[in-house]
Design a protein around this ligand. Structure first.
Ligand code: FAD
Length: 391
């Protein structure tokens, strides 16, 4: 009988594993893949995400410091850089492998290449089944990400307007050509898919290029991706990977009597620009804080997990959803505002940098809207048309 079984070794599972090990919980982590494994992702690892770790990320993992963003809508674009880093770009197979190694060094048991296929809750324990084995623990943290379906033993399946579909490709390129196109900024294209966006992120020797949108609106993600690639001069044959992403800020059931959902499994993703690593890490940690108080001190219950998550970042996710709904409902007006004055993007960048909340940003923005609507858009015919990737 373990104290805790963690299912999934992504950022949520490994953050939970590290804290559980440090707190002395007898812990087993089960991961279905052998790391390092591929994970479709833009790889923007925000300052918010880094602030949750109790260790530094080694230099070899940081591919590029990101100071700002270049945001496009139709023929308009705006670019703003901060004087400080808001994120670093990473390759997920490398980052996740490192995060899991930091969990392992605390002494927890990790079984790779083992898929949990179901679980059963009893009054005193939970049984987790793989193809051949049965493991028992007092509690389970389910950190299986967005794609797994064990979470549906706890809550109903998301509806089509509660999750997004993304397509992503890693496109190899020489660093000097990447630098010439974009240096320490990420590029976002709104208005290229209904209720979603496209991105071009400059990594070490490759671009991460992708699109994502609400599943209920994006009927042909592969077609939309190919169109987006061609528009930017990427005309080769690329491996296109699809992945789901929950819409964050929606109330979901995230606990049962002995099982806690964390990370993407719980739906903890920023709906405005798709950041999920930070909330995965923090929710994994909160789950362990609550479970260890129950096991070690006999204090509290799993419902504390839901309320701690709500009070730490639930409001941020809710307001990210409000902002994304405003944008998708009135895209023309929204981007007129976004591209009319640099301070609109400049102030927004404080959100991923963890210096401002979404609520704070919306409160800041609303009284200024009438003024911005009178401004002329700052730039036209941005790199989307002018330079494409004529590398
Ligand atoms: C295309 C795309 C781009 C994104 N870009 C960004 C970005 O730039 N920045 C950002 O912050 N977020 C981004 N996200 C979101 C981010 O990837 C997720 O929020 C984050 O990975 C969630 O972490 P997690 O640990 O909950 O799940 P995952 O990272 O999905 O990890 C889940 C792990 O569980 C394992 N697993 C699943 N089922 C089982 C099972 N039954 N048994 C055992 N193991 C299992 C999986 O193999 C996996 O290793 C992006 C997402 C997508 C799809």
């Amino acid at each position: 009988m373990y104290d805790l079984i963690i299912i999934g070794g992504g950022p949520a599972g490994s953050a939970a594993g590290r804290l559980a090990g440090n707190k002395g919980l007898d812990t087993l982590l089960i991961e279905k893949e052998i790391f390092p494994r591929y994970k479709p992702c833009g790889g923007a690892f925000s300052e918010r995400a880094m602030s949750y770790l109790d260790f530094d990320i080694p230099q070899y993992i940081h591919e590029r410091n990101i100071l700002g963003a270049r945001v496009h809508f139709r023929d308009n674009f705006i670019e703003k850089l901060k004087e400080y880093r808001i994120a670093t770009l990473v390759t997920r197979s490398v980052l996740d492998d490192y995060l899991l190694s930091k969990a392992k060094e605390t002494g927890i048991e990790i079984k790779m290449g083992k898929k949990a296929i179901s679980f059963r809750e009893d009054r005193e324990y939970v049984e987790v089944y793989t193809n051949r084995e049965v493991y028992k623990a007092r509690f389970v943290i389910l950190a299986e990400g967005a794609q797994g379906n064990l979470k549906n033993q706890i809550r109903k399946k998301d509806r089509k307007n509660e999750y997004g579909i993304c397509m992503v490709a890693e496109i190899e390129e020489e660093n000097k050509k990447i630098d010439r196109y974009i240096y320490n900024s990420i590029e976002i294209y709104f208005g290229i898919v209904n209720r979603g966006y496209g991105w071009i992120f400059p990594h070490e020797k490759y671009f991460s290029v992708g699109i994502g949108g609400l599943a209920s609106y994006i009927t042909n993600p592969r077609g939309a991706m190919i169109k987006f690639l061609n528009l930017h001069g990427f005309t080769g044959k690329y491996k296109l990977k699809g992945h789901l992403l929950p819409v964050g800020g929606i109330e979901r059931k995230i606990i049962s009597s002995r099982v806690v959902l964390s990370g993407d499994a719980a739906g903890f993703v920023d709906s405005f620009y798709g950041e999920g690593i930070a909330y995965a890490i923090r929710s994994g940690q909160i789950a362990v804080e609550v479970i260890s108080r129950i096991l070690n001190n006999g204090v509290g219950s799993l419902s504390d997990y839901a309320s701690f998550c709500r009070s730490e970042f639930g409001e941020n996710l809710k307001y990210s959803l409000i902002l994304s709904r405003m944008m998708h409902r009135f895209p023309g007006i929204f981007f007129k505002i976004f591209t009319s004055c640099e301070e609109v993007l400049d102030t927004y960048l404080e959100v991923p940098a963890s210096k401002r909340t979404y609520r704070g940003y919306i409160k800041w923005l609303i009284p200024r809207v009438p003024k911005y609507l009178l401004f002329k858009s700052l730039r036209q015919n941005g790199p989307s048309k002018a330079s494409k990737l004529s590398l």
